[in-house]
Ligand binder design. Structure first.
Ligand SMILES: Nc1nc2c(ncn2[C@@H]2O[C@H](COP(=O)(O)OP(=O)(O)OP(=O)(O)O)[C@@H](O)[C@H]2O)c(=O)[nH]1
Ligand SMILES: [Mg+2]
Length: 333
């Protein structure tokens, strides 16, 4: 296996990154987002410094109060003198129209605090999926020594389950009038949550929402009694110390003997994203009779996209991946 060498500029950037320089982090994130060749070597070089941060994924239905809760968590952790990096995914759903502006105003409260670093990303599409590079950006923030990394994702479709791969502690936020609607908490999400939060506990029916969440949890998950269901009022920070306490417990459960977090799920996701990217690039560049034949079969309706993609991968038609020299590099034989 080979990897690209780190340049002199890369080495300098990493030095500044380790020194906690926010401009260096911004710069490195931009490289990673642009998926430059430089970024790959940068990420490889910082891996040995990752695994220390507490990574927290916050997901839930639109309007549940995720951003307000992120803001309140920033306040709690800053009061403990912990540094906080935030990945905010700009909602693209019409349901949360205006929310971006709201988030900016809320975050502005922390904008002069050098212990807070906020990076927003456009979501991948209308389902609000995480950006392709989110896992890699977390690697950078983690290596750069940020204590807490918060990732807010708009809770629709795929993103809740995606967040499970890149955040060690998964929080699902719901609110009265949302949480008792089974539709609002998508399938799969209860299975991966470490902590359930019923936010807006200043509103009527909060207790009822908590009860129905607990009932749903019991139905869907073994050992559900170990999953805390907390009430919060994000706008006033009520319930926040309890939430921080549960986050600490959930994080510690996932630390390995080394005291570091197991980053394998995150690395696997990063690898999956890199694989997709490389496969697309190879497909664009390759002109082989096999690929032409598959495209013709698609045109005639003889095959479908998924079946054709499977043939491409299994048959090794994407070029160098299948050649024996490349295989020898992979297996080391
Ligand atoms: N009463 C009450 N309102 C709250 C509370 N938390 C948040 N809100 C309000 O609920 C609205 C939505 O909050 P956001 O934090 O933007 O919710 P979100 O889940 O981030 O929304 P999207 O990102 O659009 O999915 C805002 O007007 C908040 O001020 C709370 O605990 N109580
Ligand atoms: Mg939000």
């Amino acid at each position: 296996m080979t990897k690209s060498e780190l340049s002199e500029a890369g080495r300098r950037l990493i030095e500044r990154l380790y020194a906690g320089n926010p401009a260096a982090l911004s710069r490195a994130i931009t490289e990673v987002e642009n998926e430059t060749a430089h970024a790959a070597s940068l990420l490889a070089a910082v891996q040995k410094s990752t695994g220390k941060a507490i990574t927290i994924g916050i997901t839930g239905p639109p309007g549940a109060g995720k951003s307000t809760l992120v803001n309140a968590l920033i306040g709690e952790y800053r009061a403990q003198d912990k540094t906080v990096a935030v990945i905010a995914v700009d909602p693209s759903s019409p349901l949360s129209g205006g929310a971006i502006l709201g988030d900016r105003i809320r975050m502005a409260e922390h904008s002069h605090d050098t212990g807070v670093f906020v990076r927003s990303f456009a979501s991948r599409g209308h389902l609000g999926g995480l950006s392709r590079t989110a896992g890699r950006v977390i690697d950078l923030m983690d290596a750069a020594g940020w204590d807490i990394i918060l990732i807010e994702t708009v809770g629709a479709g795929q993103s809740e389950v995606e967040v499970a791969d890149i955040a060690a502690v998964k929080i699902v936020v719901s609110a009265p009038g949302l949480g008792d609607d089974i539709q609002a908490i998508k399938a799969g999400i209860l299975e991966i949550a470490d902590i359930l939060v019923v936010n807006k506990c200043d509103q009527p029916l909060a207790d009822q929402t908590k009860r129905s969440l607990k009932a749903m949890l019991k139905l869907k998950r073994q050992g559900s009694q170990d999953i805390p269901v907390l009430g919060t009022v994000a706008t006033t920070s009520e319930g926040l110390p309890e939430l921080v306490g549960e986050i600490t417990i959930a994080d510690e459960k996932q630390r390995l003997g080394t005291g570091l977090v197991d980053r394998k799920p995150r690395l696997r996701r990063n690898l999956a994203e890199a694989l997709g990217q490389l496969a697309k690039q190879r497909l664009r560049q390759n002109t082989s009779p096999e690929i032409d034949a598959l495209v013709a079969a698609l045109e005639s309706g003889e095959t479908d996209y998924m079946a054709a993609a499977e043939t491409l991968l299994d048959g090794g038609y994407l070029g160098a991946v299948a050649d024996t020299a490349a295989r020898a590099r992979i297996t080391g034989s």
